[in-house]
Write a new protein. Structure first.
Length: 336
């Protein structure tokens, strides 16, 4: 069971026995497991070198097991690192192989992926393999992976991968989506909203894209997606994303008590109000905003009216214009 982290079957048997006995000498272990004392001594020395057992001082040498959660932690970490390295190496070799195939056969530039499970795996692959940036178009509903299920995003963000995501306004109306988006923003995602998003799309490092194709409207058959590699088609999709990104409205996460300070100058909205304004400007309904904030629609309308009063405007359109003029929803400049 523990072979994957470098512990042999005999080493696991000895360790498990010691866990039950708490401490024992080589002779006792040999008698219990039907091994020779020499074999057991060698196994115990190996376990000791790996930090899984400790030597107990006394007339006769005995070994005691280290706590499993402590002892196996470094081995599990090294195992995960090795697995990640192997996964990356395989991904690179696969890309080299496909690159050679593309040079020989132009049809290799686009690969059709069939089935929700296969599409989901490709979404995982391109995120795990990403090193610099992920671009996403997200629309209402999902083909293979719901937004809240994408744990790979947080791993990539932790590695320093930049995520830029454009959400269709209709998607923000789905239950729980505003919180999912806010959660991503708090972890470093850059999110914007557009009235319309043309296609579902994910692009990794400007070298590979995944774009779901036509889904059967009657629900029959499996969904399909195109895996698009470096080509003029991919360049066009990147340009499409950038054009929508430039026109989309930035989204903000709500703040916490310790960081809810006013914006510079003291007269602008605080972080919670910026969150409210970003949803309002994105076209999210008062009902959906109220659900996200766990307040009534009347409370949302009152907060919006208070902001209008402070900004000395009469309509929501004027409020949106003032937000744009002041640049309150602009992303901060990226660090050099």
């Amino acid at each position: 069971m523990l072979d994957a982290i470098g512990v042999t079957g005999d080493e696991e048997r000895v360790y498990r026995l010691l866990v039950g006995m708490f401490d024992a000498g080589p002779r006792q272990v040999a008698e219990q497991l039907g091994l020779s004392p020499a074999q057991v001594s060698a196994i115990l020395r190996s376990l000791h070198a790996k930090g899984l057992v400790s030597l107990v001082a006394g007339d006769e040498p005995k070994y005691a097991p280290s706590p499993p959660d402590v002892a196996f932690g470094p081995l599990l970490m090294r195992g995960q690192e090795s697995l990640e390295w192997a996964r990356t190496a395989v991904s690179r070799m696969a890309e080299e192989y496909r690159g050679g195939a593309r040079r020989r056969d132009a049809t290799q530039l686009v690969e059709v992926i069939t089935g929700s499970a296969a599409i989901r795996q490709q979404l995982t692959n391109i995120q795990v393999g990403a090193r610099h940036e992920l671009l996403w178009f997200c629309r209402a509903g999902h083909i293979a992976m719901a937004s809240g299920e994408n744990a790979d995003e947080y791993d990539a963000l932790a590695r320093g991968v930049r995520y830029r995501v454009v959400y269709a306004r209709a998607m923000l109306e789905e239950p729980g989506m505003i919180e999912n988006v806010a959660h991503g923003i708090r972890h470093g995602e850059e999110a914007r909203s557009s009235t319309v998003v043309p296609v579902r799309l994910a692009i990794a490092d400007g070298t590979i894209a995944l774009c779901p194709l036509v889904q059967n409207l009657d629900g029959s058959g499996e969904p399909t997606a195109a895996l698009i590699r470096d080509s003029s088609l991919l360049a066009a999709l990147i340009a499409l994303f950038e054009s929508y990104w430039e026109r989309a409205w930035p989204l903000r996460a709500d703040g916490t008590p310790q960081d809810a300070e006013r914006t510079p100058g003291g007269s602008g909205p605080d972080r919670d109000e910026l969150h409210l304004l970003s949803l309002l400007v994105a076209g999210v309904t008062d009902k959906a905003i109220a659900t996200r904030l766990a307040v009534s629609q009347r409370t949302v309308q009152r907060r919006i009216h208070d902001l209008m009063t402070r900004m000395n405007v009469q309509t929501r359109m004027q409020l949106a214009w003032e937000v744009s003029r002041q640049g309150w929803l602009d992303e901060p400049a990226a660090a050099g």
